[in-house]
Design a protein around this ligand. Sequence first.
Ligand SMILES: O=C(O)CCC(=O)C(=O)O
Ligand SMILES: [Fe+2]
Length: 233
Amino acid sequence: MLDNFLSSIKADADRSLLQNGYFHLKNLHSDFPYLKLLESFGELADQYGKGQVWEVVSKKASAEAYNSQSVDPIGPHTECFEFQDEPPKYLALWCVRAPSCGGGKTLLADGLQIVSNLSAPSQITLTSEKLRFYSSAKKENGDPALEAIHATIEPSQRCDGERILRFSTKYSDARGLPWFTSFHEAVQAEFSKSHTSIEWSDNDLLIWDNHRMLHGRSAFEDNKRELKRVWIM
Ligand SMILES: O=C(O)CCC(=O)C(=O)O
Ligand SMILES: [Fe+2]
């Protein structure tokens, strides 16, 4: 059960998620019960066999395997596009240490909105043409690298009447096909134009609808930047 304080935050978050696809809460206390609030949105999922809370920090050794753990820019994507199963409904990040270099912003744009502005034939293609999505990540240590075949837009099995967008700037096939190339160009252009930049302060919380929104990140130099991430089913 949530107390009154958390219940009112949850109600604000629900409204903002529906309206804008994300919710950004600033200036929380360092001992804010992040997990208690986030569990009220759904079940927290394990991330790559390493538990429910993932460290988004730059780690030289794993920069290749896990893009989030680098200082590199990350192009627009939805989380877990390469999973066979339904991707998490929500993603949440909270900021343990904000970067002091002016970079390292998390970028968000409404992917399903971008798609809805495409031509009707393009939208049909996105629901019918299957793509191979892949990455170097593994579900658990020792498993093969993840990959799955999906249409870019599929109906959700878990959330009635909802559609799921899957998108990866780097890790999906069919590059040669003209529809795929122009779709990717359109999304990148629109993402660059219309994204919201989240500038982090310590103890900020960000949660977004991963079935709807695209997220990315700008590059950064301050390698003390530290966020925590959860996947909510
Ligand atoms: O570092 C960020 O701002 C987000 C990185 C990312 O794509 C993720 O954690 O899923
Ligand atoms: Fe991501």
